[in-house]
Design a protein around this ligand. Structure first.
Ligand code: ZN
Length: 338
């Protein structure tokens, strides 16, 4: 819509210019005639007039003109935000909103820094356990996803609440005892709470996140139990910061390997992750074959989008990388993060 509007503005501006241009030319020719002098007395340049005639005649040329203007607009925005690094990596600004009851639940700045470092290692493929990827899956490994993370703010608030329901989202509004998101169109907000209960008041949720269709809404972002932030003092076997790695995957449009429903054997929209009937837990041994539709496949249980322990997950696939890149691309649903 923005592009179309811009195009319309340029067009109307150009036609306005054109009429000026014609009257200028008439003026000049009158003056020239009067003085019989070929030297201009007033500056005149017909480039826009020539361009407009060419654009009217040639739709392909017009398309290139519009694409160039859009590219210039995006380039300018990227420079202003300063979030696309020279190698093309998109650096996502991260805001932590820590809501705690006891001081032990008030995760330290050091632990938050550890969490950011884990994200940058896992998404940059510099995690120390990446060499554990089985040979059969190495050709489909993502490598550097080219998305990085930068802590821009940490907000803290004490609360008398000892648990937070995932379906109520009270942690995300100051009026319900939480902390309002910091502009979720431009920042990835992570709320850290002492305990997450599901809609039936049951514990067991480590974290959850919203997919890109919720980009920029007041509740957009991640919610993570304080026990699973960073490494130091985190709760084994979820003490390597990978709950956040997994939830950021959802935030960047990756479903679980078995698809978005609990029935399993559904698509995760990445054709390089073998179809899976459901989650794997703990620390499975490779190879692990499971069946979907009568076909047995070796499972990529070491993918961050499975349910295994932190130390058993250490890769994204190449298709998953492409999907995440699409989300933060200039025309993607989370372009505002750039
Ligand atoms: Zn998940």
């Amino acid at each position: 819509m923005k592009k179309l509007l811009f195009g319309a503005l340029v067009l109307s501006f150009m036609s306005a210019c054109n009429s000026d241009n014609i009257s200028n030319q008439e003026e000049i020719s009158q003056e020239s005639g009067a003085s019989a002098n070929l030297t201009a007395s007033k500056r005149s340049c017909p480039s826009d007039h020539i361009r407009e005639k060419a654009l009217q005649k040639d739709p392909a040329l017009r398309a290139r003109f519009e694409a160039n203007e859009l590219q210039a607009e995006n380039f300018t925005r990227d420079l202003q935000m300063g979030k696309v690094l020279p190698d093309g990596t998109v650096e996502i600004p991260v805001v932590f909103n820590v809501i705690y009851n006891t001081s032990g639940q008030n995760v330290s700045d050091a632990r938050i820094a550890e969490q950011i470092a884990v994200l940058n290692a896992d998404y940059g493929a510099t995690n120390s356990d990446i060499n554990k990827i089985p040979a059969a899956f190495q050709s489909s490994a993502a490598g550097n996803v080219k998305i990085s993370f930068k802590l821009v703010a940490t907000n803290r608030k004490q609360s008398s609440k000892t648990a937070w329901r995932s379906d109520l989202e009270e942690m995300k509004k100051s009026t319900t005892g939480g902390i309002n998101a910091t502009d979720p169109t431009k920042n990835m907000n992570i709320w850290v709470v002492n305990s997450i209960l599901d809609e039936d008041n049951q514990p067991g949720t480590l974290g959850y996140a919203y997919y890109p269709e919720s980009a920029g809404l007041w509740y957009d972002g991640l919610v993570i139990g304080y026990q699973y932030i960073g490494k130091t003092g985190a709760s084994a076997p979820f003490n390597l910061g990978r709950t956040v790695t997994h939830e950021v995957g959802h935030y960047l449009n990756l479903p679980h390997l078995w698809g978005s429903s609990n029935t399993g054997c559904q698509t995760d929209y990445s054709n390089d992750t073998p179809t899976s009937p459901g989650p794997n837990y703990g620390t499975p041994s490779y190879p692990l074959n499971r069946v979907c539709g009568g076909v047995s496949r070796s499972q990529m249980f070491m993918n961050y989008m499975d349910y295994v322990d932190d130390k058993a997950m250490f890769m994204f696939s190449a298709n998953q990388k492409t999907r995440m890149q699409a989300v933060v691309a200039a025309a993607g649903p989370r372009a505002g993060l750039r």
